[in-house]
Design a protein around this ligand. Structure first.
Ligand code: NAP
Ligand code: MG
Length: 498
């Protein structure tokens, strides 16, 4: 199979920006260095991107700090900030089909998903926070009659947003929209594997009237992220990515200026199917798509399937049938529902987990192999393991690929114990017709999102984030403003008028 014709065709329809965006303009890295940007669809080179270094970090922080101190954005009337952020969303919308192609070229998820989900949700996110600007105010405390206690929110200052490659534009907007809406100046550090949509945002921000220095994009490797996290003039870091890097970032904050840190990290989410499940077909679809959507490169992937022993065989057969039907295809083909892994490294990591599953004695029910190797791209067949013990590596570690580990249980308590036996706590789901069971389980599960008789459904109005080592802080909803603002109390005592 040859996917290179569709890669070439898509490339002819997109604009690629490959320089850092600092102080309102694009520029090469001070060192002149670049790194390769390849598409996982057929392995071909898309462009070379500026590899930011220490000097560029300094320039971006200086530009952001200067714009913040001048109040160029912070001090605009709320109505004006809202107008410009809405304009930013409108420009994103005007380029929506281009952004969808760019995202697919860059990281290999099906264009069906980038068109239908990633890009529309990103635009919606910017609009939601733009609209909130002139609707969220401060508070007056319930103080004594001779006191006016005002509780106001103020922006942190300079905020660095460090994001992963799996939902590049959506994760970027989950951070930058509430950050900008709160009046901060922002430096966005995209993941090396998928920087292209983030880089387009620079010119969109300028066109929307966001003053220079207020929004910057610094492409580069983990060292760029680290330098931002250690910088004494950065007031806050918001991060989505792995738990391992999240922990490093907590350390960087302590080693530098105690900057505010909010983390959204990994997961190993359980989907629990009880024998009294109200709809086995829907549950089987959710079990399969919960881990195969975007090739399993999803933080909330339902990578552990907990099935009640009495229905295990029959239920698993349904899930395996769906998995076998799913064939990896050209992500640029609008009919494709299962695309590429982001890069070769990620593909090898996932294949090594599959190997561990085999070696540990789990039963491979389907998949387990690389696919479409002749294309030069990175593809893995949807994989299901049965007879997985909760102690096995594939049941404990985040694989971040299309690998489902099925574990059986006999009692409600056993299901709860296995579900919570993880260092993560991002999401969990359960399928039951019993109202008592549903409510009790929903409260017992230690996770930031619990789905009952559905999976991965939510919207911008509800908070998203994890318990335990899945992170701190929440994205989405008005609660996200907590991460981008300081609370200030202004206590005014009144004298009796003479
Ligand atoms: P990652 O390796 O942790 O990288 C995330 C970002 O951190 C990238 O921009 C990366 O730059 C940067 N980085 C790397 N080392 C750093 C350091 N020492 N200091 C500061 N920044 C550093 O994660 P990923 O592989 O991109 O993404 C997959 C992970 O993200 C999974 O664990 C997934 O569960 C998690 N995720 C969580 C959520 C959520 O909302 N909870 C959502 C999506 C994804 P480079 O690109 O140069 O490495
Ligand atoms: Mg790429």
């Amino acid at each position: 199979m040859d996917f290179s014709a569709s890669v070439k065709e898509a490339l002819s329809r997109v604009t690629i920006r490959n320089e850092a965006f600092i102080g309102g303009r694009y520029r090469q890295a001070a060192s002149g260095e670049t790194f390769e940007c390849r598409t996982p669809i057929d392995g071909s080179l898309l462009t070379r991107i500026a590899a930011s270094g220490a000097e560029d970090v300094e320039a971006a922080v200086c530009a952001a700090r200067a714009s913040f101190e001048e109040g160029a954005w912070r001090d605009l009337p709320p109505k004006e900030k809202k107008k410009r952020l809405l304009a930013f969303a409108d420009i994103m919308e005007a380029y929506a089909s281009e952004l969808a192609l760019l995202e697919t070229l860059d990281m290999g998820k099906p264009v069906k998903n980038t068109r239908g989900t990633d890009i529309p949700l990103s635009i919606e996110t910017v609009r939601y926070y733009a609209e909130a600007i002139d609707k969220v105010g401060g508070e007056i405390g319930p103080s004594a009659p001779n006191v006016v206690s005002m509780i106001v929110r103020e922006p942190l200052g300079v905020v660095a947003a460090i994001i992963p490659w799996n939902y590049p534009l959506l994760m970027a907007t989950w951070k930058i929209a509430p950050a900008l809406a709160s009046g901060n100046s922002v430096i966005l550090k995209p993941a090396e594997q998928a920087s292209l949509t983030a880089l387009r945002l620079g010119e969109f921000a300028a066109e929307a009237g966001i003053p220079e220095g207020v929004f910057n994009v610094l492409p580069g490797d983990g060292a760029v992220g680290k330098a931002l996290c250690l910088h004494g003039d950065v007031d806050g870091v918001v991060f989505t990515g792995s738990t391992a890097v999240g922990k490093l970032i907590l350390g960087y904050s302590g080693q530098s200026n105690m900057k505010r840190v909010a983390l959204e990290c990994g997961g190993k989410s359980p989907q629990i199917v009880f024998a009294d499940c109200p709809d086995f077909e829907a549950a089987a679809e959710a079990a399969a798509w919960g881990v195969f959507y975007d090739q399993g490169q999803v933080c909330t992937a339902g990578s552990r399937l907990l099935v009640e022993e009495s229905i295990r065989e029959e239920f698993l057969a349904r899930v395996v049938a769906i998995a076998k039907d799913l064939k990896p295809g050209d992500p640029l083909d609008p009919a494709t529902t299962f695309g590429a892994m982001v890069d070769e490294t990620q593909m090898s990591t996932v294949l090594s987990y599959i190997e561990a599953g085999r070696n540990d004695g789990a039963r491979l029910a389907c998949g387990g192999v690389q696919a479409l190797a002749e294309t030069g791209g990175n593809y893995i067949a949807p994989t299901v393991f049965d007879n997985v013990a909760p102690t096995m590596k594939i049941a404990r570690e985040e694989i971040f690929g299309p690998v489902l580990s099925a574990i059986s249980f006999r009692t409600f308590d056993e299901a709860m114990t296995i579900a919570n036996d993880t260092m993560y706590g991002l999401a969990a789901g359960l399928w039951t017709s019993d109202l008592d069971k549903a409510h009790v389980a929903a409260r017992r599960l230690r996770a930031g999102n619990v789905w009952v008789n559905c999976w991965d459904t939510s919207d911008i109005t509800t908070p998203f984030g994890g318990f335990k080592q899945s992170g701190t802080g929440r994205d989405r909803s008005l609660h996200a403003f907590d991460k981008y603002t300081e609370l200030k109390t202004i206590w005014i005592e009144l004298r009796a008028p003479k």
